[in-house]
Design a protein around this ligand. Structure first.
Ligand code: UT7
Length: 327
């Protein structure tokens, strides 16, 4: 058995910034409502012509450059978590591979905002079992393309961006993934979904007129579900590994709503200095939020070799996943 270390990190967000004040001009909302209910002040949104693979490419190049400086030569797999693929067919990781021009197997993970945490588990398993030496792992979203700007309940929440990790094999078997727990409640598939465009309701003129090609979300139900599941699941994972909440050096939660994160943190009595949030700056970047937040925490010196990190994701599916990680 091998360990896993992070040999490269990169992020990218598009340059077009939209503040809550900008949104006040196009819909019936206010900076005060958005900030108080969500913790969001602004988000970045792609220009026309830019897609998810472009954001993924920019973040990946930064991560790969760092990994190459550390001696990483070949990437065996590119695993990309997204909910806003370039195409339904083929996978966005394939498009990214073509743009990067590196030889690698490709796999998309399409598991809601939880996607990056699921992908982290898959990538780590490949490396630990020696099926792969180096994996480029990306969370990327041009999810603004699926927003209905006439729907103030969803459009204010999301933003675009990408984060990339290069994960590499190490003989230090204590490094990398320590343990994980995951779950899905597929009976809640329609809590967050795009009604049309898949095989159940193929895209047509009517679905466009009825605005069924955009993300619909029952926000309040999602909120209640997350705060009822996440503290219990995190506690179970910590207990199983003989850890108390404040034995974890850094918590990186999916950046969906600051009130959700604060409820989980208060329920588990986690010291707030152990939690890194940046929802204020980027809003909810779906599968990209966890790698973007980790990158910033890392750059701010919040972890060092030996630190324990807990990555916690939740979202469409309904899905959730937690990973305990040693730097
Ligand atoms: O990453 C995927 C996971 N998704 C999430 O984690 C989302 C979780 N849910 C949430 O973040 C919150 O439920 C929201 C932020 C989406 C909504 O907050 P809420 O406190 O649950 O508000 P609500 O939906 O119950 O709406 C309260 C009021 C309503 O008005 P009335 O019926 O009380 O008159 C809404 O129409 O706020 C109104 N409202 C707004 N007002 C101003 C809804 N959206 C807006 C808005 N601006 N953008």
């Amino acid at each position: 058995m091998f360990g896993v270390e992070i040999t490269g990190l990169g992020i990218y967000v598009p340059s077009r910034k939209i503040t809550n004040f900008d949104l006040e001009k196009i819909m019936d909302t206010s900076d005060e409502w958005i900030y108080q209910r969500t913790g969001i002040k602004q988000r970045y949104v792609v220009e026309n012509g830019i897609s998810t693979s472009d954001l993924a490419l920019a973040a990946s190049k930064i991560a790969l450059e760092e990994a190459r400086r550390k001696g990483v030569k070949d990437i065996d797999y590119i695993i990309l978590a997204t909910n806003s693929p370039d195409y339904l067919i083929p996978s966005t990781s394939s498009v990214l591979q073509g743009k990067l021009g590196i030889s690698a197997g490709t796999l998309d993970v399409f598991s809601g905002c939880t996607g990056f945490v699921y992908a982290l588990i898959v990538a780590s398993s490949l490396i630990k079992s020696n099926l792969s030496k180096n994996v480029l792992l990306v969370g990327a979203e041009a999810i603004s393309k699926y927003l209905d700007w006439q729907d103030r309940t969803v459009s204010i929440l999301l933003g675009d961006g990408a984060g990339a990790f290069v994960l590499s094999q190490t003989n230090d078997k204590d490094k990398g993934i320590i343990d994980s727990n995951v779950g899905t409640d597929g009976t809640l598939a329609e809590l967050i979904y795009i009604p049309a465009g898949g095989t159940k309701k193929p895209f047509d003129k009517k679905s466009l007129e009825e605005r069924e090609v955009y993300i619909k979300m029952q926000g309040r139900e999602v909120f209640k579900k997350v705060v009822s599941i996440l503290p219990t699941e995190i506690k179970k994972l910590l207990d199983k590994n003989g850890l108390k909440p404040n034995d974890v050096d850094l918590y990186i939660f999916h950046q969906a709503n600051i009130r959700i994160i604060n409820t989980v943190v208060e329920t588990l009595e986690i010291d707030k200095s152990r939690v890194y949030n940046n929802i204020e700056k980027y809003a909810n970047t779906s599968a990209a939020s966890i790698p973007i937040a980790f990158y910033e925490a890392y750059m701010n010196g919040l972890v060092k070799p030996g630190s324990i990190v807990l990555f916690s994701g939740f979202g469409a599916g309904f899905t959730w996943a937690n990973v305990l990680w040693k730097i």
